[in-house]
Design a protein around this ligand. Structure first.
Ligand code: GCW
Length: 726
């Protein structure tokens, strides 16, 4: 067939449209929230184009180059025009990115540097006789980079530039990701593919992902990354691997991202050839000093060591009759000359200690408050057990006023449905940060402990266990990106509101259309309570199946250590259910301030969400709404299932606003979430019924299978842990 010119043109247009549509409907999420697609509001686009006709960026090193590249990409995409960089400031309809010290006198008077920390920045729109411009200024290049990302976010969110006055400084010093990545590229509790660190091709091959990873982190203010699993392998400290670590550190440096490594306490034996790793042994002390110097010779801004010791079989100072204090101070002394820090984890519980696991960390660490070197931070998980859907805050917060306590959140969803469930974690993080410890009277929130404002501030930090892997969209579930994003934003400012964060993320990642943002934000904010309801309602916890933690296993009672068994935590029996942590039980409550001891200890005042965390109660105990505890449990489980049903409906309505690819991904995942929510409800209620011997409440749907069926399920290849099978 011979094509006429006209038909050829029509074909071409058709093909272009098809390509455009395909790219629109095939967004695989790789760009995360750094989605710089064209501003779709024509008049706003016109205004921005007028206000930002040219760009001037101060000369400088690698970070300034990064800023230029990001502006080129960001403004180029959002405004859909070539970005004109000027060699000199014109001050007219210009974006200016300049260090404070290089500003002219007249501009300097407009911003007060006293308000800026070294990573802080100002963004101001200035309109006067001489100027008509947007100014981003900071004391340091990294401050300018953070300001640049903030500025791009303003455009992504379609906010007006007129009268802009932003002043931001991070409230927390160390804002880091902890990767539980093994050197063989498996990721402990990772559900988004393999480790993004390709140790085999490093140091010579720099994957574009490393750069985009650094960009994404810088865009939300994350300034540290521990590359390797806390269940550490000493090999990473050998020259062969350190060369690879150096390559990553070199990539990350312009983005303000420091590298940390996990230090295996027995490394002096395993890779150093010593006979002991005793922290008081002179050779061991010297070995760590030399090793640390070797690292700093390669990576002058190395952050320091993250250590898990004497916990879950990891080696530590207690193997030599020494203490956590001895171990932490050993490494602190080695790092001190290089200005590095030790981040020593408080996630410890001992197989020789039969006291309530919730109490053990406090007992081991609190007595040594004030004795740690000043470059030691103790990293404490948000709750006293282990990243459950809901826990009260860890009693160590506020109880060690002389020691910096760093927050550890888990961004990966080990206990919240892996990367298959939509659960918006910043809601959980916010709940913890806003909890009142009462340690210095009312208002002594966890956030104030973490940002150092409650006590003498030395160095402060917040860590999040990463949910990142090789999946195209980094996090497996498209909404898992919001957890990474939200973690970064809360590490920067622990007082931010989770709703505001959700809205930012939605606008930057998907669209500014209010018909999308409103309902999806609501869905995200409710998703956390949903998972609590369908997994662990009313204060129940740790009822996950053995090892992989996938799905319910409330019946599990045969693991070698008592506190690895779910029955240890729910203590269901013919009388009732729940863990008595009051004076009549383990008395874990006494580790909290007296105000909370009273509040949680008294059934009248204990919030229902912590009921079975602190109390063992009869099945027919009457809840506030007049129903029995048994009915209340069933109703909560059902509510969780119904909430997921509502999420599915909301998401269906969002079809017009989301590209087909991601819409479909989320729909399928929500389908799995619903199936698993029902699984949790049915398995737990059927199991508890063997004790309560009561009928299910009328509100609850009938279980879909028998208890025997649920007990028989096995998942030897569940992700997140190396497979085990019989
Ligand atoms: O929750 C447990 C996890 C382990 C993890 C440990 C820890 C890295 O099941 O996989 O090990 O916590 O935080 O050290």
């Amino acid at each position: 067939m011979k094509l006429t010119k006209k038909t050829r043109a029509a074909y071409l247009v058709g093909l272009l449209l098809l390509l455009f549509n395909m790219s629109f409907s095939m967004d695989n999420g790789y760009n995360l929230w750094l989605n710089y697609s064209k501003i779709d509001d024509a008049s706003l686009l016109e205004t921005y184009r007028n206000q930002l006709q040219t760009v001037f960026v101060t000369d400088g090193g690698a970070t300034m180059d990064v800023i230029k590249r990001e502006l080129d990409r960001g403004l180029g995409g959002l405004l859909q025009q070539e970005v004109r960089f000027e060699p000199n400031p014109t001050f007219q309809n210009q974006l200016i990115v300049s260090r404070y010290a290089e500003l002219g006198e007249d501009l300097r008077t407009l911003v007060d540097p006293a308000d800026l920390t070294s990573e802080g920045y100002f963004i101001r729109t200035i309109e006067n006789k001489k100027h008509r411009m947007v100014l981003i200024t900071a004391q340091t290049d990294i401050g300018l980079l953070y300001g640049t990302f903030h500025f791009l976010r303003i455009l992504q969110m379609h906010q007006a530039l007129d009268g802009l006055q932003v002043m931001e400084s991070p409230k927390v010093d160390i804002r880091m990701l902890n990767h539980w990545d093994n050197l063989d590229r498996t990721v402990e509790r990772g559900y988004a593919g393999f480790s993004i660190w390709n140790w085999h091709t490093l140091p010579d091959y720099i994957d574009q992902r490393y750069i985009d990873y650094a960009r994404a982190n810088a865009s939300i203010g994350i300034n540290g990354t521990a590359l390797t699993n806390v269940n550490a392998n000493g090999l990473v400290l050998t020259p062969h691997y350190l060369e690879k670590v150096k390559a990553l550190a070199d990539v990350f440096r312009p983005y303000g991202l420091k590298v940390y490594l996990t230090a295996r306490f027995s490394a002096p034996i395993e890779i150093g050839g010593l006979k002991t790793a005793d922290p008081l042994d002179a050779d061991v002390i010297q070995w760590w000093k030399d090793k640390t110097k070797e690292i700093y010779d390669l990576i002058p801004d190395f952050g320091g060591f993250l250590v898990k010791a004497n916990s879950e079989g990891q080696p530590g100072p207690q193997n030599y009759g020494r203490t956590h204090l001895d171990g932490a101070n050993l490494l602190a002394d080695a790092l001190k000359p290089h200005e590095g820090v030790v981040i020593w984890r408080a996630f410890v519980y001992s197989e020789h200690d039969d006291t309530d696991r919730a109490k053990q960390a406090y007992s081991e660490f609190v007595p040594d408050d004030g004795k740690y070197r000043d470059n030691v931070l103790i990293q404490v998980k948000n709750g006293p057990i282990d990243f459950q859907p809901r826990e009260p805050f860890h009693p160590m917060f506020g109880a060690m006023p002389k020691t910096p306590l760093m927050m550890e959140f888990q961004i990966t969803k080990e206990y919240l449905g892996f990367a298959t469930h939509l659960v918006y974690l910043p809601k959980l993080f916010e709940e913890v940060l806003r909890s009142d410890t009462y340690q210095k009277g009312k208002g002594s929130t966890v956030a104030k402990v973490v940002d150092g404002s409650l006590n003498h501030k030395k160095v402060t930090g917040m860590a999040g266990v990463a949910n990142i892997g090789t999946d195209a969209n980094w996090t497996g579930h498209p909404f898992g990106q919001a957890d990474w994003y939200g973690f970064g934003r809360l590490a920067w400012d622990p007082y931010l509101d989770s709703g505001t964060i959700a809205e930012e993320w939605l606008r930057c990642t998907f669209t500014n259309n209010e018909n999308f943002v409103g309902p999806v934000k609501k869905m995200m904010l409710e998703s956390r309570e949903a998972v609590v309801n369908y997994m662990n309602p009313l204060g129940l916890h740790h009822m996950f199946d053995t090892g992989h933690h996938y799905g319910p296993g409330p019946w599990v009672d045969n693991l070698s250590r008592p506190e690895w068994n779910p029955v240890y935590y729910h203590k269901a029996d013919d009388e009732g259910i729940g863990f008595d942590r009051t004076k009549t039980g383990s008395d874990a409550l006494s580790q909290y301030a007296p105000e909370l001891g009273e509040k949680f200890g008294n059934l009248e005042t204990c919030p229902e969400e912590y009921l079975l965390w602190f109390h063992h109660l009869p099945w027919d105990y009457q809840l506030k709404n007049g129903r029995t505890l048994w009915d209340g449990l069933g109703i909560k489980y059902q509510q969780g299932v119904d909430q997921v049903g509502d999420m599915i409906k909301t998401w269906e309505d969002m079809k017009p606003f989301v590209d087909e690819y991601r819409h479909n991904q989320v729909s399928m995942l929500l389908g799995i979430q619903l199936k698993e929510a029902k699984w949790w409800r049915d398995a737990c209620m059927l199991y508890f019924q063997t004790y309560s011997k009561m009928d299910f409440p009328k509100e609850m749907e009938k279980p879909e299978n028998t208890l025997e069926h649920y007990k028989s399920l096995q998942f030897p290849f569940a992700p997140g842990i190396r497979p085990t099978w019989n």
